[in-house]
Design a binder for this molecule. Structure first.
Ligand code: GLU
Length: 296
């Protein structure tokens, strides 16, 4: 499972997304890719290898300036490491673009079902099945949100998703099931990421998605729903977390940084459960607030 970054706002999406990808680079990955949406059309670039290779591709084969897009670093689980298997994946008729962290357990059955319904697969990934499934369900419902609701009920496994719909240039749909996803709240811009480090330089206000939730992220609003389509009221938190904490700093690589930071991190975490050297018990509802305040 690797990285997801999404952006809708007024800035150049390509630049926000590539910077965001570098921030989640510490998790390791084998491929990188992004897609922006402009005038109803997806512009997609993806490449096996380092984010740098993607940046070279974007220079050689530029995409138009756009204000909405999603990006991904992949750690292959289904299909080899090659350009075609890198994310994003686009549905057959070009209605949906998807990036995915996780594994779709019932992917073989879904693939068979979709092939029987006329869908042709270009990649070996489980993720491609999600993009076609969304389109299949969109053709039944005529509504992208209803298509997502129907699709998530048909998916088994773990999936954090960022989805673009080609008819709405101000909508990123985020889906969280057993893989983290966080919404970053800006002014006239909003973010979606698998790790808050991806958007910390733009905003420190965030809403953590819980399991089995869907976010409709627009540049000036965010709505949350559960998998039954019921609207949820969620609170934002302020991340007490410096942008520099997400950087390598003086360390040559992230693993060394993690090793040297262990005492500090253990102390920070113990502080959450202790007061004046004595253990304290926290109610679950308070835990996230305290955690985010203390650790970001
Ligand atoms: N299962 C997907 C793939 O193999 C996503 C892997 C990931 O989380 O990066 O492409």
């Amino acid at each position: 499972m690797c990285g997801i970054v999404g952006y809708t706002g007024y800035k150049d999406a390509e630049s926000v997304l590539t910077v965001g990808l570098h921030k989640v680079e510490y998790r390791g990955y084998d491929s990188a890719g992004l897609v922006v949406l402009k005038d109803g059309k997806f512009y997609i670039r993806k490449k096996a290898g380092k984010i740098h290779e993607l940046e070279i591709l974007l220079k050689e084969d530029p995409i138009p300036k756009a204000n909405i897009g999603i990006a991904h670093t992949r750690w292959a689980t289904h299909g080899g490491v090659c350009d075609i298997n890198a994310h994003p994946h686009i549905s057959q008729k070009g209605k949906f673009a998807v990036v995915h962290n996780g594994i779709i357990d019932n992917y073989s059955n879904l693939k068979r079902f979709l092939e029987e319904n006329g869908y042709k697969f270009l990649s070996e990934t489980d993720t491609e099945a999600i993009s076609h499934l969304l389109e299949y369900n969109f053709e039944i419902t005529g509504d992208p949100f209803e298509a997502v609701l129907r699709s998530v009920r048909m998916l088994e496994g773990s999936f954090a998703l960022a989805i673009l719909f080609n008819e709405d240039e101000d909508l990123i749909i985020g889906v969280r099931k057993d893989s983290p996803l966080i919404v970053g709240l800006g002014k006239g811009e909003n973010f979606l990421a698998s790790d808050q480090v991806a958007f910390l330089q733009h905003t420190k206000e965030a809403i953590f998605m819980d399991n089995e939730e869907i976010a409709l992220v627009r540049r000036n609003s965010v709505e949350f729903y559960n998998f039954d389509g019921i609207r949820l009221d969620k609170r934002s938190v302020f991340l007490n977390y410096g942008d520099e904490e997400a950087e390598k700093g003086p360390y040559p690589h992230f693993m060394l940084k993690e090793i040297y930071e262990q005492p500090k991190v253990i102390k920070k975490n113990l502080d959450i459960y202790t007061k004046n050297g004595k253990p304290t018990l926290l109610k679950d509802s308070n835990l996230r607030k305290v955690l985010s305040e203390k650790t970001g």
